[in-house]
Write a protein that binds this ligand. Structure first.
Ligand SMILES: *Cc1c(COP(=O)(O)O)cnc(C)c1O
Length: 395
């Protein structure tokens, strides 16, 4: 046996993911059983939306499936249309799409940062941001406590000292402040207004990953920048097209000059193939829907308020979320796992979130309502959650 297999044997086994046999609707099928879906980030119910599906089918009939490398012959008119629609939707000058949000974060950071530049990052940023910082090999890292602007301010002198050192090419060191907009485990928001102020004080670039903010926060679902009315003060906005948009892909928006640089130099733009035709067409339709009406967003927030109010009334600790992400704080890992198992038995799929996704001792169940859930769906979930909460003596 090759030695690699001996090594692999020592790596602990992980549970295999559950397999979904239907579409990603509020009720989906797992193991031939109908289950209530309260764990996916398809905030607006677009994953099984008729208009998106139709747009994808029509586009396949007209244009086929894949295209190839953007830089050779893979840039399709639909890609260009989606980019311009996304820029308009976000209220920015320009946008570039990638096959995944993960890749968009890689590109956003790696393309403009050298090893000798300075990164300032929230300790709870998404794994793709952490990986991007590693990929760029940035040595001067200032990680601040989660959403803690005071902790960041305590590091100001040190950061400024670091910024006075020149890079080996004689240029000034660049500083980039990067944060998730909505944090996906707690549903809390980054202190973006304070970060914008700090960025201006130290002349840093400000980047926000708005994966859980687009289609959710701000006017018409524009995202966290609009929520805080910070137009023009955030340099780089990264988004994903797999959460509220429910398809696949990621994007970066910002000023024309910035996007030009990404299209010219991002390795994640140059060395991987483009988003497929049906995905792109469906995403164009998703943006169209949001530009026609904010009804899906209203519905999402109605459901969010109903779920949160009902859980609070029942006596659960639901943390400090400011978004549809709704944690039920349980603390103990074993209890969280047990809670999730019992819910699953009862036909409700909500994920248990445990270490290392969150700190030790802050295990929880995470519920994500969407615009596609009916009151009946939520009532069914609440009934089971309350029943199990009592059985496990949580409430
Ligand atoms: C989901 C997520 C990503 C990754 O997006 P994909 O499109 O799934 O690759 C990046 N950042 C944050 C904050 C996310 O929640």
């Amino acid at each position: 046996m090759k030695s690699i297999y001996a090594v692999l044997k020592k790596i602990p086994e992980k549970a295999t993911p559950r397999v979904i046999q239907s579409s990603q609707a509020p009720i989906f099928t797992i193991g031939n059983r109908k289950m209530l879906n309260l764990c996916s980030s398809h905030y607006l119910g677009f994953a099984s939306d008729e208009r998106l599906k139709k747009a994808a089918v029509e586009a396949i009939k007209t244009y086929g499936l894949g295209t190839g490398y953007r830089t050779i012959a893979g840039t399709h008119t639909l890609h260009v249309e989606l980019e311009s629609k996304l820029a308009a939707f976000k209220g920015t000058e320009s946008a570039v799409i990638f096959p995944a949000g993960y890749l968009a974060n890689m590109a956003a950071i790696q393309t403009i940062m050298t090893k000798e530049d300075v990164i300032i990052s929230d300790e709870l940023n998404h794994a793709s941001i952490i990986d991007a910082i590693r990929l760029a090999g940035i040595q001067n890292k200032h990680i601040y406590k989660h959403a803690d602007i005071d902790d960041l301010r305590r590091q100001k002198d040190e950061i400024q000292r670091s910024l006075t050192v020149l890079r080996s090419d004689g240029e000034k060191r660049r500083a980039l402040i990067v944060t998730d907009g909505v944090f996906s485990m707690d549903g809390d928001l980054a202190p973006l207004p304070e970060l914008a102020e700090f960025a201006e004080e130290i002349d840093a670039i400000l980047m926000v990953d708005d994966a859980h903010g687009e289609g959710v926060l701000g006017k018409g679902g524009q995202g966290i920048v609009d929520h805080f009315n910070l137009h023009g003060r955030v340099d780089i906005e990264v988004g994903t097209l797999s959460k509220a948009f429910s398809v696949i892909g990621g994007f970066i928006t910002g000023k024309k000059e910035l996007i030009h640089v990404y299209k010219g130099y991002a390795r994640q733009f140059m060395f991987t193939s483009a988003m497929t035709i049906p995905d792109t067409a469906a995403l164009i339709e998703a943006v169209n829907i949001l530009q026609e009406s904010d009804e899906p967003i209203q519905k999402l927030w109605d459901n969010t308020r109903y779920l949160k109010d009902s859980l609070k009334q029942a006596g659960f600790d639901i943390g400090h979320s400011e978004s549809p992400i709704t944690p039920i704080m349980l603390g103990d890992e074993a209890i969280a796992q047990k809670f999730a198992e019992m819910l699953f038995e009862a036909g409700v799929y909500a994920s248990a979130i445990v270490f290392p996704m969150v700190g030790k001792g802050s295990a929880r169940i995470r519920l994500i309502p969407s615009a596609a859930h009916s009151r009946n769906h939520l009532d069914l979930a609440l009934k089971e959650i309350i029943r199990i909460g009592k059985l496990l003596k949580i409430i």
